[in-house]
Design a protein around this ligand. Structure first.
Ligand code: MG
Length: 307
């Protein structure tokens, strides 16, 4: 089996911010979006370190290599923020999609920290794969906010996990069986806070070229206000999956299989704690370590119940 990416990316500062603190990587085999936070140059430096370190350390194309790269990026951000007082408290989200090898078989892996998102387009509908590590997401899970209230909540930018927030970081990871072809989207919150799922799905479904699709998504976010930096990475995954002696599969075949997998997430998604001992360290501007949802015990309970 051979799996490859056709990939397109776009980023923009948006209409209100002066600096673009988002960073991205778009290579065959590894796609990354990082949304930096912190004053001065902090946010842009943190997201750039995250992308650079992950690219350099992801050599083996295994899930362990990918998660180790995230931990290494966290360490690099911490070290830099200690060394340069101007950068103290900087942090970043990180969401990555990679082709990895698992017991000799190529698969897709997604890792996530924070509130950037990975989606997959199936049956012309957008399915969110990652779960936000944000204050409002925690409140929704506790039944204290509705999904609609969360979408417009004034504190929806507060994340409960970020690279750079502490000396260790808990990373969500998702393993996905490759389909014959599938379109994935990685993006920062500057996209999904401005453009609804339906509009994102319609754009992704109607523009074949991934670069043009990414650019159009960013333009749509700007048209809706562009109140934050906007980054979109569109990844078409091609895989020559074995189909046996059957006739050429229709596009619906892999779609149905994956829809079921997503509906029954515990069967295919894994969450691993690199280190539950998240403790100490200083907080970034938008990193809310005081939130109950950010304690190690809370996270473990949350994920046990989810799986
Ligand atoms: Mg943002």
């Amino acid at each position: 089996m051979s799996v490859s990416f056709a990939i397109g990316a776009a980023t923009d500062v948006g209409r209100l911010r002066e600096v673009n603190q988002d960073s991205f990587l778009a290579t065959d085999g590894l796609a990354v979006v990082a949304d930096g936070m912190g004053g001065h140059r902090g946010g842009e430096v943190a997201s750039a370190i995250a992308v650079t370190t992950l690219r350099q350390s992801f050599g083996e194309a295994t899930i362990d290599s990918l998660t180790a790269g995230v931990a290494e990026a966290n360490g690099d951000i911490r070290a830099r923020s200690v060394a340069e007082p101007d950068l103290h408290g900087m942090g970043t989200t990180l969401c990555a999609l990679a082709i990895i090898e698992d017991k000799g078989v190529e698969k897709l892996a997604i890792v996530n920290v924070g509130d950037s998102r990975a989606y997959v387009l199936l049956d012309s509908r957008l399915h969110q794969i990652t779960e936000d590590h944000s204050l409002v997401e925690a409140l929704v899970r506790e039944g204290r906010l509705t999904r609609e209230e969360a979408d417009t909540h004034p504190q929806r930018n507060i994340v409960t996990r970020a690279l750079g927030a502490a000396d260790s970081v808990e990373v969500d990871q998702f393993l996905i069986e490759p389909m014959a072809q599938a379109r994935f989207l990685l993006c920062s919150d500057g996209l999904f806070n401005e453009v609804g799922d339906k509009d994102i799905a319609d754009l992704l479904g109607s523009i074949a070229d991934p670069s043009r699709a990414a650019q159009t998504l960013v333009e749509a976010a700007n048209e809706e206000g562009g109140r934050d930096n906007i980054t979109a990475v569109v990844i078409d995954v091609h895989s020559d999956v074995e189909t046996g002696d059957e006739a050429e599969p229709t596009p619906e075949v892999p779609v149905v299989a994956t829809t079921e997998q997503i509906a029954a997430k515990p069967r295919w998604a894994e969450t691993t704690e690199l280190d539950a001992g998240v403790d100490g360290g200083s907080s970034g501007d938008d990193v809310d370590e005081a939130s109950g949802a950010s304690s190690g015990a809370e996270r473990r309970r949350w994920w046990r119940s989810a799986t």
